[in-house]
Design a binder for this molecule. Structure first.
Ligand code: ADP
Ligand code: MG
Length: 342
């Protein structure tokens, strides 16, 4: 029988990485979320070899002060919350302080950054959680993170990376979902040096719809209804696809809760019910919806990847969604499939 031992920090981080860093797209998610949290208005994502060789995310956000760089890659260190009360009110995408140390423990990692208060930038490097170094480096205000050779030191994970095309398509899906979450932010995505997406920031409803068209294909433009309705501390806005924009797969369903893409049974059920009268069996609605509510009404600390949420009053949320969507879709009913009068 072995004795009980404290695990090394590297191993702790590698185990934490196992929870959230499943593939290159998970790294992109964490880095882009950090850029959004840092108030960036421009985020550039460069990928090589499906992310297995290189993931580089540059932003023009707040940057990180030189004396805080080591903390940024320390686990359970975050600038986003400091108490349980903060956690309950959290509106940032991150708050666990685990992403950077996790990623740095399973790749060759470099973080370059400069806040507006510093004349010069600094670059911190870590290799597989070890040999941390820091030196001055040219950098505009903002942050660049480079992640090379993901899982180079975790052969079991490296082995599970799929073909370059598959990994890149996961990254592209992720970038699309972030670009719809924040239509006010510019996103650029390139793969092996070739530009794949350039999404300019949008300022109004019609240019936001344009972005949705660029991301989802043109189905939305002209075949969707805009809605924006608030009641009882809840606000639902966005675009619901008309029955003519429905799809054979549920591949264009974007639901954001306070800016975070979520998969949730309560939300999915309310949407399905609202569409039940207007869609043929087997067809799936297309929609981009944003639900905003007081952060204390929703728990985002359910799962490390934070793609699940729990509503404090799920019945209320469900009924609000159902009613709002049902009313918006009611007008479309006449021209679509027959249904019982309500
Ligand atoms: P979390 O996002 O949960 O706080 P992370 O490990 O993702 O944890 O990041 C740790 C900290 O590093 C963040 O709280 C933030 O202060 C800082 N940080 C990370 N990425 C950026 C960025 N792109 N711009 C500015 N600060 C950043
Ligand atoms: Mg984070």
């Amino acid at each position: 029988m072995s004795r009980i031992r404290q695990l090394s920090p590297e191993l702790i981080n590698q185990i934490a990485a196992g929870e959230v860093i499943e593939r290159p797209a998970s790294v992109v998610k964490e880095l882009v979320e950090n850029s959004v949290d840092a108030g960036a208005t421009r985020i550039e994502i460069e990928i090589e070899d499906g992310g297995a060789r290189l993931i580089r995310v540059r932003d023009n956000g707040s940057g990180i002060a030189v004396d805080e760089l080591p903390l940024a890659v320390t686990s359970h260190a975050t600038s986003k919350i400091g108490s349980l009360d903060d956690l309950e009110h959290v509106l940032t995408l991150g708050f666990r302080g685990e992403a950077l140390p996790s990623i740095a423990s399973v790749a060759r990692f470099a973080l370059s950054s400069r806040p507006a208060t510093q004349d010069a930038g600094w670059r911190l490097e870590i290799e597989g959680g070890r040999n941390q170094t820091q030196q001055p480096a040219q950098h505009p205000v903002g942050t660049t993170i480079e992640v090379r050779d993901l899982f180079y030191n975790v052969p079991a994970r490296r082995k599970f990376l799929r073909a370059e095309r598959t990994e890149f398509s996961h990254i592209d899906e992720l970038v699309k979902s972030m670009a719809l979450a924040r239509t006010d932010v510019e996103f650029r995505l390139s793969h092996n040096g070739k530009p794949v997406r350039l999404l300019r920031p949008t300022t109004d409803e019609s240019s936001a719809l344009q972005r949705i068209g660029e991301v989802c294909g043109d189905i939305f433009i002209g075949q969707s209804l805009h809605l924006d309705h608030a009641a009882a501390g809840l606000r639902l806005s966005g675009w619901v696809g008309l029955p003519t924009a429905s799809r054979s797969q549920a591949d264009q369903q974007f639901f954001y809760v306070n800016g975070r893409l979520v998969r949730d049974r309560v939300l999915a059920h309310a949407v399905r019910q609202a569409y039940a009268d207007v869609l043929y069996h087997g067809r799936h609605a297309a929609f981009v919806l944003y639900l905003e509510l007081d952060p204390t009404m929703v728990d985002v600390n359910v799962h490390p990847a934070k793609s699940e949420v729990r509503f404090r009053e799920s019945r209320l949320v469900h009924d609000f969604l159902y009613r709002t969507l049902h009313a918006a879709l009611a007008d479309t009913r006449a021209g679509s499939v027959s249904s019982a009068p309500t």
